[in-house]
Design a protein around this ligand. Structure first.
Ligand SMILES: [Zn+2]
Length: 371
């Protein structure tokens, strides 16, 4: 049997809406697989919410006096983002900006008036035995950049360096994505990534060493069109190339939630359509002539939620609640509840399923999920 892994990301998918809407394919994966939710260990209190997909910073946050008692540090960080737009030299330079002065801001942010419960993260709380109480503080917005970078790398924003959608100082050389890790560990593997948020390629969140990168511009196409093209391309690739490890991103749920909120019928429709695309991918896998000799693990996750009115970036439960669904095609695991599965667990889980041992030197925050 040859192990293969498909990771599907759905942007801005609120788990409570998923449960209420009950899209058939995702629901079947949950009932035959394993799933659970966790809370992102970061979020910016008091800051304006991101109002469109991929928006770097809400404009009100720039130049205007900070509302009430916001600490100066986050304001400085935003100014950095504002400085780096289009003419920035791209990925290679970005990944080398290691010792950016941001670090001092991060330290300063520790003193910011915030609810410490919200952002304090302990290193792998599930590790049994010694409970080393860490005072680790992760300063990041509950935005797509930090979310997908955490899913890709298996570490939180204080390590991978993406604290908002500006990608000011990513550390993807030190913390590469799981596809790149797999490709380096096993050059024989076929790896591929399909996504419509081009920033993830430009800044190296999903790096150039991945065997196939299919990158669209969701802004130009709209995310609904991009999702269809991403799904089509991924389906062809799954049928013909049979990648050992692949990542497929669908983004319309986020775009609709930004425009109309996640409680509207349009959000339901967007989710149902993404669910149908997922179903198409799974049908394609099952129809592979070699499927009987393959053992497929499917992981589905999201990067953040949305407030009821639409938007994210802050610390509410609606924004910080994320989920992971895991399943093995052709096996019934019975809908096992996972204990606090985190986005950073996706990368090590995918690598583990391919028989690639996680090297402690990688300094990952996540751990393989047991299902
Ligand atoms: Zn997002």
């Amino acid at each position: 049997m040859r192990d293969k892994v498909l990771v599907v990301g759905m942007d801005g998918l609120r788990f409570d809406r998923l449960v209420a809407i009950r899209p058939p394919v995702l629901s079947a994966l949950m009932s035959t697989g394993a799933y659970g939710t966790s809370t992102l260990p970061y979020g910016e209190p008091e800051a304006p919410r991101t109002e469109s997909p991929g928006q770097i910073v809400p404009e009100e946050a720039i130049g205007s006096p900070a509302p009430t008692h916001a600490a100066p540090a986050p304001e400085d960080a935003r100014a950095n983002n504002d400085d780096r737009p289009t003419d920035a030299p791209r990925s290679t330079d970005d990944t080398e900006a290691t010792d950016a002065p941001r670090s001092t801001d991060d330290v300063g942010a520790t003193d910011a008036p915030r609810s410490t419960d919200d952002v304090g993260a302990t290193d792998d709380p599930r590790a049994t035995g010694e409970e080393e109480e860490s005072v680790r503080v992760i300063r990041a917005r509950t935005d797509s950049g930090p979310g997908w970078a955490s899913i890709a790398t298996g570490v939180w924003p204080d390590k991978h360096g993406v604290v908002d959608n500006g990608f000011a100082a990513p550390q993807f050389t030190k913390y590469p994505d799981f596809l790149t890790r797999a490709q380096e560990a096993r050059p024989d593997l076929v790896t591929s990534a399909f996504f419509s948020w081009a920033a993830l390629a430009e800044h190296g969140a999903f790096g150039p060493a991945i065997g196939t990168r299919f990158v669209l511009d969701g802004y130009a196409l709209t995310w609904s069109v991009a999702d269809r093209q991403v799904a089509d391309a991924a389906r062809d690739h799954l049928a013909n190339a049979g990648p050992d490890l692949s990542f497929v991103y669908l983004g319309d749920t986020d775009e609709v939630a930004h425009a109309l909120g996640p409680l509207c019928p349009e959000y339901t429709d967007a989710l149902l359509l993404q669910d149908a695309y997922l179903g198409g991918l799974l049908d394609t896998i099952r129809a592979r002539p070699s499927f009987g000799h393959e053992r497929w693990t499917v992981l589905v996750t999201t990067d953040h939620g949305h407030v009821d009115a639409g938007g994210h970036g802050g610390v509410s439960g609606e924004e910080r609640t994320v989920f992971v669904i895991g399943a093995r095609l052709g096996e019934d695991l019975g809908g096992v509840r996972l204990q606090d599965p985190r986005p950073v667990d996706v990368a090590p889980t995918a690598l583990d399923r391919l028989g690639i041992a996680v090297d402690p030197a990688w300094d990952l925050d996540g751990a393989p999920l047991a299902f």
